[in-house]
Design a protein around this ligand. Structure first.
Ligand code: FAD
Length: 415
């Protein structure tokens, strides 16, 4: 595949852009692969990319029922940070954040990573204590994050109202190297990199059944016919329970709609990400000028990619308390995604009761930031047939063994 470069742009400008290649191929599925990955979201594509790049395993298919990146990966609000509480999470999220820093260069694809800083407000004494604890835990884990005072917050975000009608801003947890990236570009960049290394990405190919011989996986039934495989890795976020059901086991996850919205575009007014967990909302500004606003998940299980109306109202009302300047902006678009939530708000990466079948799910409301690290760890697991250190703590057994990785504070409002 030809590399993207300033020289390539100049060259193509002189020949009416006729020389660009397709970013990824659209092959007909083969009858058999060493590894079949279900789900061409960020996690599935990153897994395929690192399988090929780090382990030389390229007889791999990624099967996608819609279009690649059309699930939560293309629907999220792109917050990237690694200031989680528990050591296991800190390890995988920090690897991810570090990989994001060099990802455009690694993929030769501009993912528009913008380390603009992420600020998590403390608006109750309880929250202040929780963030202080997280800041200390982060320091021990070697992650850069710090507590900041209300005065410093006002300097970082001049438009903030520190003394809102319900909750004053008492402090905040600030991760200066956190930020955002362009979500579609992350999916497209990994797809291009994986396809270039020989991975088959097959879109419009829904997995409808999982074939087993005794307790071992042998392949999948799809809308494009049967495909055999030695290993199967299911990476389908909100549809994880449906795929587990096809294989005959249950997962400790719940699927719910989580939604976000953007305002009309305005001139630059906010150059970092601000999360307000107590009032329940978070906000950043996209390069186009839209304010990107997200809130909580629906309080009931469902599979609609919309979300309920009252959440939009609650979220906007909450943010207007902290940012009165946005009160007269119009909403431009709203959308939802189906997130897969576990009881301890940590993901599941590991083996399943079916031999040869692996799962990566449970990223809930916060898995965009984890895509590079999760893909890296899942590729290691598939290459070895067993999870290595990074993924091992996230096995499904933790729910039967009572070995929770409790991130309900760090992941609360949730991104
Ligand atoms: C509104 C919203 C805001 C969010 N904000 C953030 C944020 O700011 N920061 C953050 O870190 N995270 C955020 N998240 C969470 C993040 O988007 C997800 O954790 C992450 O994108 C999950 O990626 P994935 O690759 O696992 O899943 P997905 O991107 O959902 O990919 C799974 C794919 O599997 C496919 N699939 C499903 N069933 C089948 C089948 N039977 N056969 C074939 N293919 C199938 C789907 O079509 C889909 O494309 C947010 C999510 C939402 C919805």
């Amino acid at each position: 595949m030809k590399r993207y470069s300033a020289f390539a742009i100049a060259r193509e400008a002189f020949r009416f852009h006729s020389g660009w290649e397709r970013a990824w191929k659209s092959p007909t599925p083969k009858a058999e692969y060493d590894v079949v990955i279900v789900g061409a979201g960020g996690h599935g594509l990153a897994t395929a990319y690192y399988l090929a790049k780090n382990h030389g395993i390229t007889n791999v298919a990624v099967l996608e029922k819609g279009w690649l990146g059309g699930g939560n990966t293309g629907r999220n609000t792109t917050i990237i940070r690694s200031n989680y509480l528990q050591d296991e999470s800190a390890a995988i999220f920090e690897l991810s954040r570090t990989l994001y820093e060099g990802l455009s260069q690694d993929l030769n694809y501009n993912i528009m990573f913008s380390p603009r800083g992420v600020l998590m407000l403390a608006q109750t004494e309880h929250e202040l204590r929780a963030w202080k604890r997280t800041a200390h835990a982060n320091r021990l884990a070697g992650i850069e994050s710090e507590m900041v005072t209300p005065e410093r917050i006002k300097k970082i975000v001049p438009m903030i109202e520190l003394n809102g009608p319900r909750y004053p801003v008492l402090g905040g947890l600030w991760q200066a190297r956190g930020g955002t990236a362009r979500h579609d570009a992350v999916a497209w960049g990994y797809a291009r990199g994986a396809s270039d290394r020989g991975v088959d990405i097959i879109q419009q190919c829904e997995v409808t059944g999982i074939d087993r011989d005794g307790g071992k996986v042998t392949g999948v039934q799809t809308s494009k016919g049967a495909i055999k495989c030695k290993q199967l890795c299911v990476v389908v976020a909100g549809s994880s329970g449906v795929l587990a059901d096809m294989a005959g086991f249950r997962l400790p996850v719940e699927s719910m709609a989580l939604q976000a919205l953007v305002s009309e575009p305005v001139k630059p007014m906010l150059d970092c990400v601000v999360m307000a967990n107590t009032v329940h909302g978070y906000i950043s500004q996209s390069d186009k000028g839209e304010l990107v606003i997200g809130g909580g998940a629906d309080g009931f299980n469902n599979y609609t990619q919309r979300g309920s109306f009252q959440h939009i109202e609650e979220t906007v009302r909450a943010l207007i308390e902290t940012f009165p300047a946005i009160s007269r902006l119009k909403q431009l678009r709203q959308w939802g995604g189906i997130v897969d939530m576990t009881g301890d708000r940590s993901p599941i990466i590991g083996k399943t009761p079916v031999e040869g079948m692996f799962i990566n799910c449970g990223w809930g409301t916060g898995g965009f930031k984890a895509i590079p690290g999760s893909g890296w760890a899942t590729a290691e697991m598939l290459a070895d047939g067993n999870p290595r250190d990074l993924a091992a703590p996230f096995s499904m057994d933790r729910f039967t063994e009572g070995r929770m990785i409790d991130e309900s504070v760090a992941a609360a409002v949730a991104h």
